[in-house]
Design a protein around this ligand. Structure first.
Ligand SMILES: Cc1cc2nc3c(=O)[nH]c(=O)nc-3n(C[C@H](O)[C@H](O)[C@H](O)COP(=O)(O)O)c2cc1C
Length: 158
């Protein structure tokens, strides 16, 4: 069965809640899924997944330093080497503070990194480039995250 990987950074738990809801949506759509904190994720995990969903808190309008440091290591998987990420499905999500802005640029920072590898990006249908929560995700946001997970899974199954 195709496997999806949701990798997140989260210091105060908001992005983690989104990650788990997206994972639930992917699972409900019939895919195997692993939801992992970036500290516990390896390049082998990226290489083994058919879909990679990256989530980060919005830090100064971009991804967190931890997520950037982790994804920088993915240069070791670049095209031409075994386990390359080319043609894998990718998607992004972020949690941000109230009214401070920067969530869309954070999504784009994650998406750009995946595009560099030649990954194929699935956007969120609500008008954002990925899933966003301002502060802790409420039930409505969590439902959107689950729908986003189902949407990502539908592209993996095509
Ligand atoms: C270093 C730092 C930078 C931040 N920069 C922004 C920002 O640019 N825009 C924003 O809306 N929130 C910003 N925030 C708030 C976080 O994005 C927000 O609290 C988020 O929900 C934290 O996610 P987490 O609970 O997964 O750690 C920042 C927080 C920190 C600690």
């Amino acid at each position: 069965m195709p496997k999806a990987l949701v990798v997140y950074d989260s210091e105060t738990g908001n992005t983690e809640k989104m990650a788990r809801a997206i994972g639930d949506g992917i699972k409900a759509a019939g895919l195997d899924v692993e939801v992992k904190h970036v500290d516990n994720t390896s390049l082998g995990d990226l290489a083994a997944a058919e879909a990679i969903v990256l989530g980060s808190p919005t830090y100064f309008s971009t991804m967190s330093g931890k997520m950037k440091a982790f994804f920088d290591k993915s240069i070791g998987l670049w095209p031409g080497k075994p386990g390359k990420l080319k043609d894998k499905i990718g998607a992004a999500f972020t949690s941000c503070g109230g009214g401070e802005g920067g969530n869309e640029t954070t999504l784009l920072s994650l998406i750009r990194a995946m595009l560099w590898h030649g990954m194929v990006i699935v956007g969120h249908q609500s008008g954002f480039s990925g899933a966003v929560s301002i502060g802790a995700p409420d039930e409505k946001r969590l439902a959107e995250c689950r729908q986003f997970g189902e949407r990502i899974a539908s592209f993996v199954k095509r």
